[in-house]
Write a protein that binds this ligand. Structure first.
Ligand SMILES: Cc1ncc(COP(=O)(O)O)c(C=O)c1O
Length: 337
């Protein structure tokens, strides 16, 4: 089929299996970075805009305003083009400069929150406040509010069907990142509807407060809820069997390992989900077909997590992570020298 608009290219993403021979399990990577905006968030962004237009909360020619670390904003920028809408993205210094550049290139207007924030501190609360304010001051504008918008989890129903078809109907476990909670809720619920025995594991950065641990700053981008922020209303804890934490070092070193040994350039949050999935497979907690979403690609993080100097300066390097991964994935995957 030849597409006639870019949003037709959202979805139908490929799946890559990584065998875990010692446990006779398979890590099924759903490669969402092949969506036109480079992340899974294209799906929910279009879903939120279509739903707002259908319910009349957003009128043709109006403006969409959203607080985003970059991926939701990129998806919104692409869908705003489809429907001829204005899009204003509210970001903070924590957003990857490449992600902000992408949104700008796609016609988004960028507004930075002001304030003196630490490098590893996410200004989500401030971003939300400014986005709501901008939307209230503009005529025919809507604050998308992805954390509380039911069309966020609703945007992942096709992903569930695609993944089940690709896995021949059997997905035994799903290990997913939790930011707004939209993807884990949409995907987790869908998988459990298909088979209630599916184990759903939520992964948040160490320092995020989603699963009740004390908050502290972290570097993982787009995922988790920082201290001071409230967990999104879209997150359905009922579809998560267990919530776990991953450190910045585990997440980033895993992403770097996957890039250089598998050849798939993944983002940091995906690295964290892969690390936790392999750890849980090896502890015997989950097994069989284990789904992990490649939420976005490493192309968006070439200036931070893929730079040795950036990692070293923040004390995030640990060669032991690669050694453990090498053991978990078996002898087949040899480390580059
Ligand atoms: C790279 C990345 N990983 C994970 C997440 C978390 O996804 P969700 O908001 O669906 O919980 C996001 C959300 O922005 C993201 O951009």
């Amino acid at each position: 089929m030849i597409a006639t608009k870019v949003t037709d290219l959202i979805g139908n993403t490929p799946m890559l299996a990584l065998p875990v021979p010692a446990r006779q399990a398979s890590l099924l990577l759903k490669v969402e970075k092949t969506n036109p905006g480079g992340s899974m968030k294209d799906r929910m962004a279009r879903s939120m805009i279509v739903s707002a237009l259908e319910t009349g909360r957003l009128k043709p020619g109006g403006a969409v305003v959203e607080s985003s670390s970059g991926n939701t904003g990129t998806g919104l920028a692409i869908t705003a083009i489809e429907f001829g809408l204005r899009f204003i993205a509210v970001v903070d210094h924590h957003a990857s400069p490449d992600k902000v550049g992408m949104m700008r290139a796609l016609g988004a207007e960028i507004r930075y929150v002001e304030g003196d924030f630490r490098e590893d501190e996410v200004a989500v609360v401030e971003r939300q406040r400014l986005a709501a304010q901008i939307a209230s001051e503009l005529p025919n504008a809507m604050f998308m509010n992805q954390s509380d918008n039911p069309a966020n989890p609703g945007g992942y129903s096709e992903l569930v069907q695609e993944a089940l078809t690709q896995a021949n109907g059997t997905i035994n476990a799903f290990v997913g990142c939790v930011g707004t909670g939209g993807s884990i809720t949409g995907i987790g619920r869908g998988l459990k509807q298909h088979d209630p025995r599916t184990t759903v594991i939520g992964v948040e950065p160490a320092g995020s407060i989603v699963f009740g641990q004390p908050g502290h700053p972290y570097f993982q981008s787009g995922t988790g809820t920082p201290a001071g922020d409230t967990v999104g209303l879209v997150l359905d804890y009922g579809c998560i069997d267990e919530g776990v934490q991953v450190t910045d070092t585990q997440a980033f070193e895993t992403a770097r390992f996957i890039a250089r040994t598998v050849g798939l350039l993944v983002g940091g949050s995906t690295g964290g989900a892969i690390w936790k999935a392999l750890e849980l497979i090896h502890s015997g907690k989950i097994g069989g077909n284990v789904l992990v979403i490649v939420a976005d690609g490493g192309e968006k993080y070439l200036h931070n997590i893929y730079q040795d100097a950036w990692m070293a300066k923040r004390n995030l390097l640990d060669p032991g992570i690669a050694e453990t991964l090498e053991t978990w994935l078996g002898q087949r995957r040899k480390l580059a020298a």
